[in-house]
Design a binder for this molecule. Structure first.
Ligand code: DOR
Ligand code: ZN
Length: 345
């Protein structure tokens, strides 16, 4: 196999930040993907349709000339998001979902939800109007081991929520465990999941190989090998419930290589190539197109893209660092290592 041709793909989970950071990272995604679901965890977060409209405008202005990339916006759910905001979401053409960050779970989540019961009326409205909820699926209870937080989320939050509101569409974002893959596989068609390249390619040993390696630290954190194997099986199964979401999360090198480093892997520039490696290793390159280009739009009820993209079989070396908002740059996942596929447009 020397070439992979697939329908133009989308990224169903992406952080592009704002301001100078936005200008630095957006072109990479716009080159590979036709659309992306844009995460709302800015400071302050994107909480209203009006704020999402303004953010969307800044994204459109940061695009390279001639780019047809379409940002699909999300709102940050809080304890006080009113049901009326969901009506405005439905009326807008560009806000596609709400994001649940359990308060304290990850980067810029302090304004997140403290108790999902506080959002009952708003979630009912979302179920009624067909607006999906995207979950950062980890409990924040400090008594729960960091490696078990996703599995506990299924029991404590996901199952009660789905029992209460079976009509609500839910995307279990960036799943990292066998438990989550199994839960989503067995759930009805209202539940889907995104998978990142790092969780398909690496297990938690990678964070500690020869010393502590902050560029492999993201949230939810990488898990044991048995979980990675279960995630690859889900992604390559052909099931329409599983789709591509990079969770590409840029942080300047000097905010990762410190005593208390930020969580996030930067994968936007070589995202498709990373997924191709994971699918090839599983002998499932024929399943890449469904995962990258069909299952996401089908779940969201959006049209599939019409163009095509090509990956070429070629060994090439990733740079150690790429330009970002300061001189420290940003270290992409697999920096300095050899990639097997090259995006050719
Ligand atoms: O690793 C992560 N980084 N996980 C998240 O949930 C947030 C993200 C970020 O915004 O940096
Ligand atoms: Zn994310």
């Amino acid at each position: 196999m020397t070439e992979i041709k697939i329908t133009a793909p989308d990224d169903w989970h992406l952080h592009v930040r704002d301001g100078a950071a936005l200008a630095a990272v957006l072109p990479a995604t716009a080159k590979q993907f036709a659309r992306a679901i844009i995460m709302p965890n800015l400071r302050p977060p994107v909480r209203t349709v009006a704020e999402a409209a303004a953010y969307r405008q800044r994204i459109l202005e940061a695009l390279p000339a001639g780019s047809a990339f379409e940002p699909l916006m999300t709102l940050y759910l809080t304890d006080t998001t009113p049901p009326e905001e969901i009506v405005r979401v439905k009326e807008s053409s560009f806000v596609k979902a709400l994001k649940l960050y359990p308060a304290g779970a990850t980067t810029n989540s302090d304004a997140g939800v403290t108790d999902l019961a506080k959002c009952d009326k708003t979630l009912e409205k979302m179920a009624e109007l067909g607006i999906p909820l995207l979950t950062h699926g980890e409990v924040t209870d400090p008594a729960v081991d960091v490696f078990d937080r996703e599995a506990r989320f299924i029991e404590r939050v996901m199952m009660p929520l789905r029992a209460r509101l079976p009509q609500l569409k839910v995307v279990f974002e960036h799943i990292t465990t066998r438990e989550a893959a199994q839960y989503v596989s067995e759930a009805d068609a209202n539940v889907g999941a995104t998978l990142t390249p790092q969780h398909l390619l690496y297990n938690r040993n990678e964070i500690f190989k020869g010393g502590i390696r902050p560029h492999f630290y993201c949230l939810p954190v990488l898990k044991r090998e048995e979980h990675r194997v279960a995630l690859v099986k889900a992604a390559t199964s052909g099931s329409p419930k599983f789709f591509l979401g990079t969770d590409s999360a840029p942080h300047a090198r000097n905010t990762k290589e410190v005593a208390c480093g930020c969580a996030g892997c930067y994968t936007a520039p070589h995202a498709l190539e990373l997924y191709a490696e994971a699918f090839e290793a599983a002998g499932a390159l024929d399943k890449l197109e469904g995962f990258a280009s069909f299952h996401g739009p089908d779940f969201y009820g959006l049209p599939r893209n019409s163009g095509e993209v090509t990956l070429t079989r070629l060994d090439w070396k990733l740079p150690e660092s790429v330009p970002y908002i300061d001189e420290s740059g940003i270290v992409p996942l697999k920096a300095g290592e050899t990639m097997r596929w090259k995006f050719a447009g």
